[in-house]
Write a protein that binds this ligand. Structure first.
Ligand SMILES: NC(=O)c1ccc[n+]([C@@H]2O[C@H](COP(=O)([O-])OP(=O)(O)OC[C@H]3O[C@@H](n4cnc5c(N)ncnc54)[C@H](O)[C@@H]3O)[C@@H](O)[C@H]2O)c1
Length: 230
């Protein structure tokens, strides 16, 4: 039986594909304050701005391609049972060929109802644009399928179970500042081998059991592929 390899990724995973990470040095996400575009309050106050912001992110993501690190993770399926838990709302893991991807914070290529029962149906968005005028069949406004700050994370318990079952756990490109996602790294089985790949690995708050690779996702995954497949 193949060993269970759980990969936990954040915005840094897609940086070498050309997708900007979350907060720049100025504390802004693509020139916007987080509260302006990534909260339920923002959606209530200005759905047009929020829809436009995510449409622009979607356009950018559609124009990007998976990088070599995404592809290495997909290829590791030849040797391992690979389960990806991503905080990313892009679909680059899937496009690289990964078969098991759990999106903790949603998937920007999908829309959902802004009414009750949001998590029952997801609607694929054709192209990049979702207008704030678009409605679901029940007549509610469609919103991007992303988890905003202050909202529950419906996939959390499923992710936690995967983390607890991991035999090898690899964290890539996350500042580990966004909760509850960041807390997942504390639920590993005592026998699990843990790795962290991040250019700022030494500054990140991870338990001492983690082997840190101070490297970008691509450089780090090339090294880790050697370790995991030798
Ligand atoms: N691609 C996306 O889907 C995307 C992009 C931006 C933000 N987000 C959302 O914002 C939240 C941000 O939290 P986060 O912790 O994921 O991101 P973050 O921006 O807070 O942290 C990014 C991390 O990536 C590292 N990094 C930078 N360049 C890298 C590279 N080339 N290779 C590897 N690592 C690199 C940084 O050192 C940092 O630790 C997420 O929950 C996510 O939903 C998603």
């Amino acid at each position: 039986m193949k060993k269970k390899l759980v990969v936990f990724t954040g915005a840094g995973m897609s940086a070498e594909s050309g997708v900007k990470t979350f907060r720049g040095a100025d504390g802004l996400w693509e020139n916007h304050r987080i509260e302006e575009v990534a909260t339920p309050e923002a959606w209530k106050a200005n759905p047009e701005l929020v829809s436009r912001f995510y449409s622009e992110r979607r356009k950018q993501i559609i124009e990007c391609s998976p990088n070599e690190a995404h592809r290495i993770i997909a290829l590791l399926e030849n040797s391992y049972e690979v389960l990806v838990i991503t905080q990313n709302i892009d679909d680059l893991h899937e496009r690289a060929g990964s078969s098991n991807v759990l999106h903790l914070h949603g998937n920007i290529r999908l829309a959902k109802s802004s009414g009750p029962n949001q998590e029952t149906t997801y609607y694929p968005i054709d192209g990049w644009e979702l207008s704030h005028h678009d409605k679901c069949p029940e007549g509610y406004r469609l919103r991007p399928h992303v988890v905003w700050f202050g909202e529950d994370v419906p996939m959390y318990s499923q992710a936690l179970q995967l983390v607890q079952e991991a035999e090898i756990f690899v964290v890539i490109g996350t500042s580990l500042l966004v909760y509850p996602a960041a807390g997942l790294i504390h639920y590993l089985n005592p026998d699990c081998d843990a790795y962290l790949v991040d250019p700022n690995a030494h500054e990140l708050d991870v338990p001492r059991r983690f082997t840190c690779l101070v490297a970008t996702a691509v450089e780090g995954m090339k090294k880790l592929r050697e370790i995991l497949t030798s």
